[in-house]
Every structure is written in C-alpha cells, then in structure tokens.
Design a protein. Structure first.
Length: 250
C-alpha cells in the first residue's frame, strides 16, 4: 500500500496533490483503498509536511462572472525562468507556458497562443509592464478582448491567479526536476483532470460552465451591504513593505 501511494504521489502526471485528491486517484486503480488509509499515509510523509500551508477563508465577494470565458493571467518565475500562467475564474482550468524571456514580443506571442486555445472574452492581470504596454494593449483591443488590471498583490481581485500560482509552484518544488515545457504540460494536465474540492468536479469537466453558488453568494453579500448604508465600518489597509506588524484595518 505504501509503495503504491508513494509511486502515485511522486509521479508528476498524477501526484503532488492533497490527501483527498490522491485518494480519488488511488481509488480508480484500487477499489479497496480507503480515505483513512490515504490520510494516514499522507500525514507521515516528511516532504509533504514541509510544504503544507493553512487555507484562509475570505468572507468577501467571490471572484466570479456570469461569463464562462473570463480569465486571470500573470507571470511566475521558477529558477529565474519566466512562465506565462492563466486560470479560468469559473471552471478553474489552468494554462502554463515556459517563456525564453519576458519582453513584449514574447509576451504577445504567448498571449496569442493562449487565446487561440481558450478564446477568452476578458482578461485580468496585475499592472506590471509585461501586460500594460502599447504592444499588448493594442493587440488585445484589435481582437476585441477586454483587459482589466489591478495592483499586484490585490488578492480581492487577483485571488484566483495568486492561489493557482502558489499551487503550481508548490508542485514544481516538490517534483524537483529540470523545468521543461513537457514537465509543465504534465503538471497542468494533472491539475485540470484532478477533482477540485470547491467545484466538486474536475476543471476540465467544468469547461464552459459558470458557478451559480458564487454568483448567489455575491448577491447575498450585496444585499447585506445594503443594510450598512450610513453605518461606520473599517476597511482593509494597503499592505506596506516591512508592515507585518502594522494595522491591517482602518
């Protein structure tokens, strides 16, 4: 059992996922395996313990849209190598491409390749010069794709792509293999075909869908906020460098 789970977990094409997701994959091969067995094995693995993080809950507006073709995008860096990365905010389908550099022509080419595959109607990025430049903006305008931007680190707007980047970086760190497009293809295929705990489905199976629960949640938040008119409230302050101990709210 241990060797089976170890082999499954340490395979870039199937592993480096949560205990529950590992259980779902193992169950498809071994019908007798139980979630308890997988969890017991999972919590004993030192390499997993080193990379576990706590999940925060955000009782705020959820990042969603009635349009199924809305994506967030960014650049991430692994061993100083730039990677174009994007995620659909509804289906959670992910996309990654290794780049030779982050110049405007390379970014434009990567964007066009991504657009040809996923045909987004709207893109959101941070306000970095990689995406906010005349060449990229002109190209997106020409093909009628809306482009919005937010300040880097604004989790309330860019939360989906920020979380996705952390997930992919953690997997690549655990895999510890030379960074190639082939490896990225395996990792992203694994991600898109793996059961997502929020979706209750795989990202690929949710292609073209919207998340009604998120839309309903936001409508309820808006309704609750309507009752706060003329009420004094605290707002979240912008984070500052070396500001860990500073006030987080007004």
């Amino acid at each position: 059992m241990d060797s089976f789970l170890s082999q499954l977990y340490h395979d870039p094409a199937s592993g480096y996922v949560s205990a529950y997701k590992l259980y779902k994959k193992a169950k498809s091969t071994n019908k007798d395996i139980t979630l308890k067995q997988v969890k017991e094995w999972y919590k004993k693995q030192l390499d997993i313990q080193q990379h576990q993080t706590q999940v925060k809950q955000y009782p705020e507006f959820r990042i969603t849209s009635r349009d199924p073709d809305v994506w967030q995008m960014d650049l991430m860096f692994v061993n100083k190598k730039p990677i174009f990365i994007a995620i659909n905010i509804n289906s959670r389908i992910g996309y990654i491409e290794l780049l030779k550099n982050k110049t405007a022509p390379v970014i434009e080419k990567a964007l066009l390749k991504f657009i040809a595959v996923h045909n987004p109607s709207q893109l959101t990025s941070d306000n970095g010069s990689e995406f906010i430049n005349k060449k990229v903006e002109s190209m997106l305008k020409k093909i009628d794709i809306e482009h919005y931007n937010a300040e880097a680190g604004d989790h309330s707007v860019l939360g989906k792509i920020d979380r996705f980047i952390r997930t992919i970086k953690q997997r690549l760190t655990k895999i510890d293999q030379p960074l190639t497009q082939k490896l990225l293809n395996e990792v992203i295929q694994n991600y898109n075909d793996t059961y997502h705990s929020v979706l209750k489905a795989t990202p690929n199976s949710m292609k073209g869908e919207t998340i009604r629960a998120d839309i309903d949640h936001n409508l309820k938040v808006m309704d609750d906020m309507a009752h706060l008119i003329n009420t004094s409230v605290r707002y979240k302050l912008k984070s500052k460098t070396f500001g860990k101990e500073a006030a987080k709210y007004s």
